[in-house]
Design a protein. Structure first.
Length: 186
């Protein structure tokens, strides 16, 4: 019988500490909150972006422009997704993104392909002054030369493992786990 094992990486408290640090780092990299826009990549990236937004808004007493990115049509592996991919709506901030610092937020950085797709979509919307990539977990394994500017935690992941970020809106809890699958399942 084959199966999978879950390895605990970050508890809710660990994630919240990482998010607080990431929020401070984003504000520092931007030189404040002026012109800052947070854009979460569907699905879990939008949840992480919301946590970061809350941290920045509380610490800086501001309201940030936000949006979300659905990269489905920008993927280079649409044939793997299936014949009828579910396409969500991307949402731009009401003031747009031109001449602003756009922070693309995702849950996990892996090959770099998701970030590339998000960069392509953002580029279609306008011309930001700067784009930063922010991820909760960097698991390494790049196929493209794309690196996060802000990272919550780096983890080493083996061939038969994957990183799973759990968020309350979708999973009823906030945590990060590594899923170990049996090589026979692959």
């Amino acid at each position: 019988m084959t199966g999978s094992t879950r390895l605990h990486v970050m508890s809710e408290a660990d994630v919240r500490r990482a998010v607080a640090r990431m929020a401070r780092e984003i504000v520092e990299l931007n030189g404040g909150t002026e012109g800052l826009v947070l854009m979460g990549i569907h699905r879990r990236g939008t949840q992480i972006a919301a946590l970061i937004r809350e941290e920045i808004e509380q610490a800086e007493n501001v309201q940030l422009a936000t949006g979300s990115i659905d990269i489905t049509l920008y993927r280079d592996d649409l044939e793997v997704v299936g014949p009828l991919p579910v396409i969500g709506a991307s949402v731009l901030p009401t003031d747009g993104i031109d001449d602003r610092c756009v922070v693309i937020v995702d849950d996990v950085a892996f090959t770099g392909r998701t970030a590339r797709a998000a960069l392509n979509e953002v580029s279609d919307w306008g011309r930001p002054r700067r784009i930063l990539l922010c991820v909760l977990v960097d698991r390494g394994g790049r196929e493209l030369p794309i690196q996060p500017d802000v990272t919550g935690r780096e983890v080493e992941v083996l061939e038969h493992q994957r990183v799973e970020v759990l968020v309350p809106a979708l999973d009823d809890r906030l945590a990060v786990e590594i899923i170990q699958t049996d090589p026979e399942d692959s």
